[in-house]
Design a protein around this ligand. Structure first.
Ligand code: MG
Ligand code: MG
Length: 607
């Protein structure tokens, strides 16, 4: 099936939008009238440019407030339409979108609407153009797809069909039964299918549509179910994205177009119209790689946490630090000098590294060159939308390259055994790529995405969404900062799993480590919310340990000070009485306190 995208879904000039759509691999565009009006290009130039880029102009849109009006008004509408049809002929576009009227002049008269739309279609046919009539969810008299179809059917003109738009349908649908009417529409009378998802919000439908639409798979609608209904009619036109979204309007067109196309590929896979390499779900975290211009502060921090530098890369300035199953690479190579200390790469244990990379590539993830130096073990790796490098690893598998072969042991004995492994990794997303990141980790890596949570920060709002595998051995928390420019405040972190957070925190502090202090008010509130044994709360207060509980168990956690953009968290998850694996969250209830404490610490240290 062909894929298309409305120019309104991308930012920039028309030229930039067309380039971005073509580069991401779309077959066509819906040309939005305002983009044409604002462009210095003539219609002939636009037509030639689209042809050069291999893009078809699948739809010209929109024409508004046409039907069910007094005759004198309709005559003016036909004159307006003639202008548009002439323009469309110059563009080489053969389908026009007509939205159901919102005009106060329109009357509630289906017969009149059908008669006038038939006359419009008659005029369009003279230009070789088809009219696709769409019910806006806020249309004055026609607001549902089945109503629009009844009018099209009554009109009975071959150049008149309907346009189905997933947002307008699903924003008004209350259950699967609301989609059954689609089966009554012959596929050849569905002239166009527009797709947009949206988060489930209780708000005015017009505002919801204009500002919050998102790409399929990024919101709460079941787009795949709707597309299956439409395909069952025999519809064979394009799947086209029409997304109005405040964030995309400001984000760069190129990455947005890639995000858009990835969402359509996943949708096509879901409805059986594309065969992609199967997802290969990661089974653990092999390593987290920090790059830093100065190894010293990280070495101090890791040493105090009880890590040992167990190995050194044979050809590069990279050290491997280990404790339990937690493995952290500290890279002081040239890349580090640019951006300061940050979490640059994650090694994911994969049952089939090459297969994982193939799926990622099929879903438009940039494939990274296999590691460079002649000695380096070749590893499959791709870049996530935020630039984090994801390496697909097969640690200890004799049949596959093992990344550890690049490292020479230091033969230093393990220092402590406080840490069991990596509990989770928290990655800060560029503010306009949050939804894309969740879809990427879900669609490309096969992880499950949990609900998005909003967390109050003293200077804004932070959103966070976790993606995990089934047994929780891979947990990645995707967060987005309060403001577009503010991605240094919301640092990345590595959470380390321990069975005794009190002992681990004490030993960290005794070894010279600095824990993030937490205000006394927090503990006064905890005392009111939960019951603690004698002295327990005082211990938490002393060490800055935060506490939470859910239906599955308890969560105790504390934080180190931040180095560059990175800090560590010590995490103890305990099971409830049910023994169902323990606490499942990430301490979101405590996040505002933690964020405020980090702001205070930054203010005190001036960094
Ligand atoms: Mg639409
Ligand atoms: Mg955390």
């Amino acid at each position: 099936m062909r894929t298309s995208i409305a120019t309104v879904s991308l930012s920039g000039s028309l030229t930039e939008k067309l380039d971005a759509a073509a580069r991401a691999g779309f077959d066509g565009v819906e040309l939005f009238e305002n983009d044409l009006l604002a462009s210095p290009l003539t219609p002939e130039d636009i037509r030639a440019r689209c042809a050069d880029l291999g893009l078809r102009i699948d739809l010209y849109q929109p024409m508004r407030d046409v039907e069910a009006v007094p005759e004198a008004e309709f005559a003016r509408n036909l004159r307006r339409a003639r202008h548009k049809f002439e323009l469309m002929r110059r563009l080489g576009a053969d389908t026009v979108l007509v939205c159901s009227s919102v005009s106060p002049q329109a009357v509630d008269d289906d017969a009149l609407a059908a008669e006038q739309l038939a006359r419009l279609a008659g005029l369009a046919a003279e230009y070789g153009i088809r009219v696709a009539y769409e019910a806006l969810a806020w249309g004055r008299h026609v607001s549902t797809y089945d109503h629009a179809w009844r009018i099209v059917e009554t009109a009975g003109h071959p150049a008149l069909g309907t346009c189905l738009d997933s947002f307008h349908i699903l924003s008004r649908a209350f259950g699967p039964a609301d989609l059954e009417g689609i089966a009554a529409i012959p596929g050849e009378k569905i002239f166009f299918l527009q797709l947009a998802d949206a988060p489930l919000l209780a708000m005015d439908v017009l505002q919801w549509s204009r500002h919050y639409r998102c790409f399929p798979g990024q919101g709460g609608f079941d787009i795949a179910a709707l597309v299956r209904h439409v395909l069952a009619t025999g519809y064979d036109g394009p799947l086209s994205l029409e997304v109005f979204n405040d964030v995309f309007r400001q984000a760069e067109a190129g990455p947005t177009a890639v995000d858009a196309r990835r969402s359509l590929l996943l949708l096509k896979e879901a409805v059986g119209k594309a065969i992609l390499p199967d997802p290969v779900v990661p089974t653990g975290v092999a390593f987290a790689e920090l790059v830093t211009p100065d190894a010293e502060p990280l070495a101090d921090l890791l040493g105090a946490l009880g890590f040992t530098r167990t190995a050194r890369h044979r050809g590069k300035p990279v050290a491997l630090w280990e404790q339990g199953d937690a493995r952290i690479l500290v890279n002081t190579g040239s890349a580090a000098r640019r951006d300061g200390t940050r979490l640059a790469a994650i090694g994911l244990e994969s049952p089939d590294p090459a297969g994982a990379a193939r799926r990622a590539e099929a879903l438009l993830a940039p494939v990274l060159p296999r590691r460079r130096a002649p000695r380096d073990v070749p590893l499959d790796a791709v870049a996530a939308p935020d630039g984090t490098e994801l390496f697909f690893c097969a640690t200890g598998r004799p049949d596959l390259p093992d990344w550890r072969a690049d490292f020479a042991d230091t033969n230093l004995p393990p220092a402590r055994a406080d840490i069991r492994g990596i509990d989770h990794l928290a990655l800060t997303q560029p503010w306009h790529h949050f939804d894309e990141a969740a879809l990427f980790h879900r669609g490309v890596l096969g992880l499950d995405a949990q609900e998005s949570v909003d967390v109050a920060d003293p200077y804004g709002l932070m959103r966070s969404r976790a993606v995990t595998n089934a047994d929780g051995s891979v947990r990645i928390a995707l967060t987005v900062g309060a403001a577009p420019t503010d991605d240094t405040v919301h640092a990345q972190h590595i959470a380390l799993a321990t069975d005794d957070v009190v002992a681990a925190a004490r030993r960290f502090r005794d070894a010279g480590g600095r824990l993030l202090p937490v205000p006394a008010n927090y503990y006064d509130d905890l005392a009111a919310r939960f019951e603690f044994s004698d002295g327990e709360l005082e211990t938490y207060r002393d060490l800055g340990i935060l506490y939470d509980r859910d239906a599955h168990g308890t969560f105790r956690h504390c934080y180190t000070r931040t180095v560059g953009r990175v800090f560590f968290e010590l995490v103890q998850r305990d099971g409830g009485d049910g023994g169902d694996g323990g606490y499942r969250g990430y301490g979101a209830a405590n996040a505002p306190v933690r964020l405020a404490a980090q702001h205070t610490a930054r203010a005190l240290t001036g960094g």
